[in-house]
Design a binder for this molecule. Sequence first.
Ligand code: DAH
Length: 341
Amino acid sequence: MNQATMEQVLKDAEVALGHLETEGALEAWYVKYFGRENGEIGKLLKTIPELPPQERGTVGKAINQGKQALEAAYEERRGRVASAAMQEQLRGERIDVTLPARGQLGGSIHPIMAAKQELIDLFAYYGFTVADGPEIEDDWHNFTALNTPTDHPARDAQDTFYLPDGRLLRTHMSSVQIRAMESGKPPLRLIMPGRVYRRDDVTKRHYPIFHQLEGLMVEEGTTFAHLKGLLTALCHELFGKNRRVRFRPSFFPFTEPSTEVDVECPFCGANGCGTCSYSGWIELGGAGMVHPNVLEAVSLDPEKVTGLAFGMGIDRVAMIRYGINDIRHLWENDDRFLQQF
Ligand code: DAH
């Protein structure tokens, strides 16, 4: 062996080591160079005695230095390969703890409740406060005191659920008028929003459960002009000044004279469509001057005080206000619908 061969062997070992990527390859390399039986380094060392005595020292030293350097490089390489393998394994087993949490849907105010609140706010401007009554009502408050005695045909239009004791699910908010006049004295300016029940077929505008806002103003000198002015101003506030409002003569047992209040249909520009039954108008509610018999039923003197009253559909207001062309949307709780509000 000469110096050049020795250097070549050490150099080869170093270069080969630099390319090794797996623990298996490293092991094979180690056996090749440091193997007890046939390792290349061992072979080099075994040739030393064949050298001339004066060279043995330097060559032996050089081989030992090369051997130490290779061992250190081997350890370093092994560490690197092991840590790369570990990284690879960790990458495979990785759990992404930064995943966003499953979102919660934010709630929002239901359009019926939004319309109700808007109405309450608007009427507050005219001095009206909110009054309430029970949903399970008695015959007196729902009908009889409202000038609608037992045999009155107007009851037919307001069929509802009856309890065995004769009480019923209220068919309108007018029942709360009676309660308000029984418990308070004029001047009264009240609005009474609430849920009412009626045997009604389901259509685009009708649902057997709906919401009404009843209004009552009882003061000396109240006239039909106040009624018209109040409701016109309110409709303009709610639906814009350009939307026409119509007062149509009508009949209610508890008012005289009576009117119905219609608003131009927003879905067809008053041309007629499925939502307004091709009339061009949507009925907002009924209104009128409180009937003298009603005032007498609550011990008020019709010669002294007069009153105006109205009852409007809150669901109808929501429909016109928010462009909902079918009342059923308000009751189906479809997320896709509700999320728009
Ligand atoms: N209670 C009536 C209904 O549900 C609506 C109504 C009409 C209320 C005229 C009133 C009124 O206060 O004056 O159909």
